[in-house]
Design a protein around this ligand. Sequence first.
Ligand code: DGL
Length: 268
Amino acid sequence: MTRIGLLDSGLGLLGTADALFNLAPDADLVLAMDPDFTPYGSLSTEALEQRALHSAGVLAEWEPDAIVIACNTASVQALEAVRTRYEPTIPVIGTVPAVKMAAGTGQDFAIWATPATTGSAYQQNLIDAFAADRHVAKVACPGLAEAINVADLPKIDRAIEDAFAQMGPGLESVVLGCTHYGLIADRIMAARAGALTLFDSPMPVAKQTLRRIGLEPAGIGDDQPGTGRVLATYASGRRVGLPASLAAYPAGKRLLARESHDGTADRR
Ligand code: DGL
């Protein structure tokens, strides 16, 4: 039985969890969110490392086949620390902004991300490596991930408009450099009447995860049946149910339908 652990500050892990269920409908997932330390976008590197190691520790107790850091902010600052602790016993897969993919189109583009990711050397290195000859607008979106966690739609729409204002005219491609933002891809597209290309990471990260554990991805399709369940969800180390705000997002609804209500779910 395949078991995969995912960590993020909050609902950003939804998209990757949904992609994993899509590609591996029989895999079980364990989720670690960290509401006591949200947003990750405003934590120092040291604090982020500690929080990522804490959540990875909670997941490791389930002896997962892999741990996915379903968060750009934690990946760019803490992936190495988590890998050093758990690999090679448990493969650790990170999430980084899809700069290479966007640069491959030959267009200029923007990267929307948390203030921490936007200011990181890691993101700048990605731009230098793959998009040095492009105009890349670095757009920090303070408050957007938090608004998404509580499904505050007016605040989400204001943050989207702020991001477009920072981005300036003429750019038609946006890299979603925070895993939360994919949950509102429909609202971002609607704000520009669909005249936008978005580059997001859940599918590539899910595929990479399955590759690392030697699983063949199943065909892609919504709502595939399967035995895979969300075995357990944690909030800063406490065992909880999936948050109700999930229901505001299509991926969240699919995840709620897969929540195991068997409180005795075994850790193997
Ligand atoms: N979901 C996270 C990311 O991908 C961070 C959100 C936060 O700031 O807590 O960057």
